[in-house]
Design a protein around this ligand. Structure first.
Ligand code: HEM
Length: 151
C-alpha cells in the first residue's frame, strides 16, 4: 500500500522535475545569451526546480531506505546487487541521482550569492544543465530497464 503510493508519486513526479529543469536551463541560456536581466520570475522558476528535485530525492530515499517488507521498494536488494536489474536500482540510480541533486543544489546556492544577472544565469545553466543530463541518463526508462513505466 505505502509502496504503491510512494512508487507512483516517485514515478509521476519525474515529469514535474524534468519540465522544471528543462524550463530553467532553457530560460537561463536564453537570458544569458541575450544579456538579459534577472527577474523575480526567474528566481521562482530556479527555486521550484530545486524544490521538485529535492522532493524527488526524498521520495527516492524513502523507497530505498524502508525495507521492502515495510513498504520500501523490492527492487533494492543488496544481496542481489550483482544482478544487472537490482544493481541499477541499488547502486546506479541512487548514486547518479544524488550527484545530480548535489549539482542542482550547488547551482542554486551559488547563483543566489552572485550579484550580476549574467553570472547568475550562467551558474544555473551550467549546474542545472549537468544535473538534468545525469537525471536523464539515470531514469529507468521503459526502453532501458525491464518493468519500468512512463508514469
Ligand atoms: C531527481 C532524481 C530522481 C528521479 C528523476 C527519479 C526517477 C525515478 C523513476 C522514473 C523511477 C521508475 C518508477 C517506475 O517505473 O515505476 C524510479 C524508481 C526508483 N527510484 Fe528514483 N528518481 C530519482 C532519485 C532517486 C533517489 C535519490 C533514490 C534513492 C535514494 C531513488 C530510488 C528509487 C527506487 C528505489 C526506485 C524503484 C521503485 C520501484 O520499486 O519501482 N530515486 N526513480
Amino acid at each position: 500500500m505505502l509502496y504503491n503510493i510512494l512508487r507512483h508519486a516517485h514515478s509521476g513526479l519525474r515529469w514535474i522535475v524534468l519540465i522544471l529543469l528543462v524550463a530553467a536551463v532553457v530560460i537561463a541560456i536564453q537570458r544569458l545569451s541575450a544579456k538579459n536581466s534577472y527577474t523575480d520570475g526567474n528566481r521562482k522558476l530556479y527555486l521550484f526546480a530545486l524544490i521538485a528535485t529535492h522532493l524527488q530525492v526524498t521520495g527516492g530515499l524513502l523507497l530505498y531506505l524502508i525495507p521492502a517488507s515495510a513498504g520500501g521498494s523490492p527492487k533494492v536488494n543488496f544481496d542481489l546487487a550483482m544482478d544487472k536489474f537490482y544493481r541499477f536500482y541499488t547502486v546506479e540510480h541512487i548514486t547518479t541521482m544524488l550527484i545530480a541533486a548535489v549539482l542542482v543544489t550547488i547551482g542554486y546556492s551559488r547563483h543566489k550569492r552572485l550579484t550580476d544577472a549574467i553570472s547568475k544565469h550562467r551558474m544555473v545553466a551550467i549546474f542545472y544543465g549537468l544535473g538534468l543530463l545525469l537525471i536523464l541518463l539515470a531514469i529507468p526508462w521503459p526502453f532501458r530497464v525491464a518493468g519500468a513505466g512512463w508514469f
